[in-house]
Design a protein around this ligand. Structure first.
Ligand SMILES: [Mg+2]
Length: 311
């Protein structure tokens, strides 16, 4: 009797498993609509639900960013007192007498764009729709601050180096200057971003010059090195805050996971001291490095941290 019950139970489990698999394999109506609408691509933010929910709703994300910004402020004070301290790898000499600066990325570092990310998920937006959706979001000037970011910027600007010179905060962003229908400015994104920052209480007498957008000048590409180097010609860069490895390290586009690991390890001791990385699980250059197939990436063995050997 006991054995019969076991056989029946096994059969029941098998039937449930088959039904479950069949359920997974059958696209939901909205999946079919999105798949055909986006063909041959997948929806732009596909698979980002948990990451976006974490950023938008979790106390863990807020504790993380606020803690990082508090630690960054403490490090900034240490760096200000040390004239030999720079957070820019190419700033290797002749910088000790320069006034101090902090460089920061904007999106997912200072401004929180989880709202359009959520909208793209809900609407299953296609990659081809991204540019228009993004520009409409920038034009709305409505991004809230990443928790801790506004307080950090205000406090950083109040700090001075031993010569009494105040810290200047440069915002290096890949928000791109692009013409917009019906708008006379050749960079409406600059006006939008300035307005958004001012609405968050982040105005400064130099804010216009402190904001450095992609394509604002001919040599300001998505590679941020030229903009950091421009700052470094006149300022000692004491701290760098961003959410992507490319905010800190040059020449990473198209690099493999192993190459990115080697690059981050080259400055291992700077993380959490001169470089502060705000978590962004929603998107980033890491996605391209993982390849186009998330399923294949999931079954890859975990790449071990190699910093101990590479430094
Ligand atoms: Mg960013």
């Amino acid at each position: 009797m006991k054995r019969t019950a076991q056989i029946m139970l096994r059969r029941l489990v098998a039937v449930i498993a088959v039904l479950g698999l069949a359920g997974c394999a059958t696209p939901r109506p909205q999946d079919q609509a999105a798949a055909s609408r986006c063909a041959p691509d997948h929806p732009f933010a596909e698979g980002g639900e948990r990451a976006t929910l974490w950023v938008r709703g979790s106390a863990e994300y807020r504790s993380s960013t606020e803690g990082i910004y508090r630690a960054a402020l403490r490090s900034l004070q240490s760096g200000l007192a040390d004239a030999g301290w720079s957070a820019e790898p190419t700033q290797t000499r002749g910088f000790s007498a320069l006034p101090p600066a902090v460089v920061m990325d904007i999106d997912e570092t200072v401004l929180d764009n989880s709202a359009p990310q959520a909208r793209m998920l809900l609407e299953e937006s296609c990659p081809g729709e991204f540019d228009a959706l993004w520009d409409a979001w920038v034009a709305a000037r409505a991004a809230p601050a990443v928790p801790g970011a506004a307080a950090f910027i205000r406090a950083a600007r109040e700090l001075k180096d031993p010569s009494g010179r105040q810290v200047r905060v440069f915002l290096i962003t890949n928000r791109e200057c692009k013409e917009r229908a019906g708008v006379a400015s050749n960079c409406p994104q600059q006006d939008d971003t300035l307005s958004n920052l001012r609405a968050l209480g982040l105005d400064a007498p130099t804010l216009d010059a402190d904001l450095m957008l992609k394509s604002e000048r001919p040599d300001w590409s998505s590679e941020k090195l030229s903009r950091r180097q421009q700052v470094a010609r006149e300022y000692r860069i004491v701290l760098n805050v961003g959410d992507d490895l490319t905010d800190f390290i040059a020449d990473l586009r198209g690099r493999s996971l192993a190459e990115r690991e080697k690059a981050r390890c080259r400055h291992d001791v700077w993380w959490g001291v001169r470089w502060f990385l705000i978590p962004n699980p929603m998107y980033g250059s890491w996605q391209r490095a993982l390849g186009p197939d998330p399923g294949a990436a999931l079954v890859q063995p975990l790449t071990p941290s190699t910093c101990g050997k590479a430094v």
